[in-house]
Design a protein around this ligand. Structure first.
Ligand code: G4P
Length: 533
């Protein structure tokens, strides 16, 4: 197979959802179809559901599992599918954002009873920033859920996306009869079963065909015809190109646990989801078909064995062919590196890999060479863009409780921030270290890991900050002046970029008014992906 053929047959994607919507169940069904696992229950979910009372030991146990389930590769009808796992717990949302930088499309799972939930909104914001193609799967149709039209409205209003149903449910809950596939024009009849792999399809080329009454009865047939009429009137016809540019999201209905609607989702996915595409770097766009190998690190996983401090760096190949034992240029360190044991992941097992193609994700043992966002090339000096940090939600000051271990603490906190566990800001005038996270759970993780892996102990002092804003200005002198005047609220991130720590929404607004020449950004990457306030 040529490299171009290898690229064309690959689809790299992630399933995103609010916890409990059915991501793990759907993943498992996909893997069953792909023959990567033989029985349901084989995918251990690495989600940590408790949110009020965190259970850190549970995370430690789960971390072992999540390395193995970080990437799941399987084949379906000749398509090679790389499914990247995203953590379910909201405190690890930043990890999910970064994973989204390494995929070419996503499937969003929504629970039909709960509708669009908070966490989904934030995840979709990240997808929208990257014009990511999205397919929506509305799950749990075997339960009494919200009206399907209301669900579509909710998707459009809360997620700011245009939707187009490609299947439509007939009844719901106990009266759920199945779905009509608008795209392929067939009826998919529902029989509750978690084990069956085959679904029952009836071809109905014309919705007015009397076969419809025979299959679902007069009332449901009438209602379905009415609904389809309404859909055709209200929603634009599905345009694959618009899906690929992230402008329209096709919607499917089904029930993951009953393995219902999953096959048609998977088959549509392999038909329409994009293969690896070109990616932006600081100098140019890199196309997957280019001969020379390029790629970037989007995730770093620490070894759970504290006596063995190696880490696994997850690397997405963007162009060319990655080969084991070849030398590649680490563009940040300006250094040639060679990888003798890169691994790929197959459901729960890891295998040494000889080569990998664009769209593939490989794991590389790392002894501290990698930070998130690092780029490897065959000599070209550039780096991939689109892997930003977002403003944290919670800020605390790191307090060293064992002065004898200051060095260890500094090393540990630096490495943990490079791994992406939390963000580290150093306050300009006091040199205090501020840790910023998305959730409380990370503070526990940091405290535990600093002690276990670095022998350093610490506590945290809460600080009331609202947001960390990265700063730019057309006028460098004004920026310097702002940094000087606001020095009490200026800190530097791990790349030495200045950020303004705003104590409240009100203060931020006021500061913006007072300094119109300064732009305040909620992400660290200040380019077309930026969120400007
Ligand atoms: P998550 O990864 O998004 O957090 O969700 P997960 O797949 O674990 O599903 C959450 C719960 O919803 C599970 O129940 C799962 O069985 C159930 N579920 C998934 N799909 C459907 C569906 O189509 N219909 C119905 N009725 N339920 C569904 P649980 O009780 O939390 O776990 P388990 O004991 O069933 O494993």
């Amino acid at each position: 197979m040529t490299i171009a053929e290898e690229i064309k047959r690959r689809k790299t994607f992630a399933i995103i959802s609010h916890p409990d919507a059915g991501k793990t169940t759907l993943t498992e069904k996909f893997l069953l179809y792909g023959g990567a696992i033989q029985t349901a229950g084989a995918v251990k979910s690495n989600k940590i559901k408790k949110s009020a009372t965190s259970d850190f030991m549970e995370i430690e146990k789960q971390r072992g599992i999540s390395v193995a389930t970080s990437v799941m590769t399987f084949e379906y009808q000749g398509t090679l599918i790389n499914l990247l796992d995203t953590p379910g717990h909201k405190d690890f949302a930043e990890d999910t954002y970064r994973t989204l930088t390494a995929v070419d499309s996503v499937i969003l799972v929504v629970d039909c009873v709960k509708g669009v939930e908070m966490q989904t909104e934030k995840l979709m914001e990240v997808c929208r920033m990257r014009n990511m193609p999205v397919i929506v799967f509305i799950n749990k149709l075997d339960r009494d859920g919200k009206d399907p039209f209301d669900l579509l409205d909710e998707l459009e209003q809360k997620l700011f996306i245009k939707v187009r149903p490609l299947s439509w449910p007939i009844g719901g809950g106990k009266l759920f009869k199945g779905v009509y596939n608008i795209y392929d024009k067939h009826l998919n009849l529902f029989r509750a079963s978690s084990t069956k792999v085959e679904e029952e399809f009836v071809s109905i080329n014309d919705i007015n065909d009397a076969e419809l009454e025979k299959q679902i009865g007069k009332n449901d047939a009438d209602k379905l015809r009415e609904d389809i009429d309404l859909i055709d009137g209200v929603y634009d016809t599905f345009d694959e190109q618009q899906y690929k540019t992230g402008e329209i999201a096709p919607v499917f209905f089904g029930s993951g646990v009953n393995n219902f609607g999953v096959r048609e989702l998977l088959e549509t996915f392999i038909r329409i989801a994009p293969s690896p595409r070109g990616r932006n770097t600081n100098t140019r766009v890199v196309l997957p078909t280019e001969e020379k190998m390029t790629g970037f690190v989007f995730k770093i996983h620490a070894n759970i064995d504290p006596n063995h401090r190696s880490r696994i760096a997850f690397f997405r190949v963007c162009s060319g062919k990655f080969e084991r034992n070849s030398f590649y240029f680490h563009t940040r360190l300006k250094k040639q590196l060679r990888f003798s044991n890169p691994v790929t992941f197959m459901a729960s097992s890891k295998n040494i890999v000889e080569d990998a193609f664009p769209g593939d994700v490989i794991g590389m043992n790392d002894t501290g060479n990698f930070k998130i966002g690092d780029t490897l090339t065959e000599g070209e000096n550039m780096f991939f863009k689109g892997i930003p940090s977002f403003s944290p939600e919670i800020f605390k000051e790191l307090v060293n409780t064992d002065p004898m271990k200051t060095k260890q603490l500094e090393k540990g906190i630096r490495q943990l921030s490079e791994e992406g566990v939390a963000q580290l800001f150093t306050v300009q005038h006091t040199q205090a270290k501020i840790i910023g996270t998305v959730g409380e759970l990370q503070f526990e993780v940091i405290q535990y890991r600093l002690l276990q892996e670095y022998g350093a102990s610490c506590t945290f002092k809460p600080i009331q900050y609202y947001k960390a804003c990265w700063l730019t200005s057309e006028n460098p002198a004004k920026l310097q002046e702002f940094i000087r005047t606001k020095s009490n609220y200026i800190a530097y991130d791990k790349e030495e970029q200045p950020v303004f720590l705003a104590s409240s929404e009100w203060i931020l607004e006021l500061t913006q008014q007072d300094y119109p020449e300064i732009r305040f950004h909620l992400t660290s990457e200040i380019n077309k992906d930026e969120i400007v306030l």
